[in-house]
Design a protein around this ligand. Structure first.
Ligand code: SF4
Ligand SMILES: [Zn+2]
Ligand SMILES: [Zn+2]
Length: 312
């Protein structure tokens, strides 16, 4: 595959000038045909997030709970929302995956402490009685599917308990474009509308979801973290080997190498031509926990039943 001229930091010759202020440039962004100095890159990055936020009906004084994994995306999302003036709380769910979860948790804690940001850590073992590897062994379901369900459900509940109506996640342009491609290729029409970067709340108990980084690429987030001194955890989850999402990711990178800007156009065209999904009114109430659910038991309660854990 032809290697695309990728975004970089600190590799430009000293004569390179910032596209915005004409000072010495250190950031190279080929997909925008631009070079920036540190501060103009931060301006560009914040602007991309502000543009993303315009799409969400979220007022500037709305407190936002940020789901933080300890990786570059969620820590960058947290910092940029804080710097844009939002009141935030970082919430980390410790999945109990040996070594990986300890390192993820340490990254969140040291980031929050170094910037005096409010945060909470919840452990899946405390909440459900089992770690993710144990849940995987007991249920024998696709581990990433279980992990996704558990994280989504627990974050909804934590947001409700903590009094938040909006949850932000760190999904970036690459994540969203490859997810959209996967849903189109597999004809998963039912998931297409969920590819929109804003999902409205459902009743009082399910908060709205926003993806403030959907307009920025993974490489741009790496550069933002480097400039801002964000010490994120860059390890890979041991379960990620079985995931198929990276295939769509690679497919888009191939297209991007041949036709720069494809990834952006693909995702932004979808967003421009769609509206946020309507608030879903076809839900029932879980007979066990009272949370919105599509069936008699919500996915978390049915997982608990499968695990033989009758506690709430
Ligand atoms: S790779 Fe799968 S199991 Fe690991 S954190 Fe991501 S979704 Fe969860
Ligand atoms: Zn500049
Ligand atoms: Zn339930």
């Amino acid at each position: 595959m032809r290697r695309r001229d990728s975004a970089s930091y600190g590799k430009l010759p000293s004569r390179s000038r910032c596209t915005r202020c004409r000072k010495r440039a250190v950031v190279h962004l080929p997909s925008h045909n631009a070079n920036f100095c540190d501060s103009c890159f931060v301006f560009f990055f914040k602007n991309a997030v502000k543009r993303a936020l315009k799409l969400f009906p979220v007022k500037r004084d709305t407190p936002i709970m940020v789901a933080v994994s300890g990786g570059k995306d969620s820590l960058a999302a947290w910092l940029v929302l804080e710097e844009l003036g939002f009141k935030t709380l970082g919430v980390h769910i410790d999945l109990g995956i040996p070594e990986f979860s300890q390192a993820s948790r340490r990254a969140v804690e040291s980031f929050a402490k170094s910037r005096a940001l409010g945060y909470r850590v919840y452990s899946i073992v405390d909440l459900l009685g089992y770690s993710l590897p144990e849940i995987y062994k007991r249920t024998n379901r696709m581990v990433c599917a279980v992990c996704g369900t558990v994280k989504r459900q627990l974050l909804n509940r934590i947001a409700f308990q903590e009094g938040f109506r909006v949850v932000a996640t760190g999904h970036n342009l690459d994540d969203e474009a490859s997810r959209l491609l996967g849903n189109i290729v597999r004809h998963r029409e039912q998931y297409l509308e969920k590819s929109y970067p804003y999902l409205p709340s459902i009743g009082k108990k399910i908060p709205a979801r926003i993806k403030p980084l959907f307009r920025v690429e993974a490489d741009e987030i790496r550069i933002y973290c480097q400039i801002k001194g964000i010490d994120y955890f860059s390890g890979t989850c041991p379960f990620s080997r079985g995931a198929t999402s990276h295939i769509f990711f690679e497919a888009l990178n191939f297209l991007e190498a041949e036709m720069p800007g494809t990834k952006r156009d693909f995702l932004f065209h979808f967003v421009r031509n769609h509206t946020p999904p309507e608030t879903d009114i076809n839900y029932k109430t879980c007979s066990k926990c009272g949370y919105p659910s599509y069936s008699d038991l919500c996915s978390l309660c049915s997982l608990k039943e499968r695990l033989g854990n009758q506690g709430d």
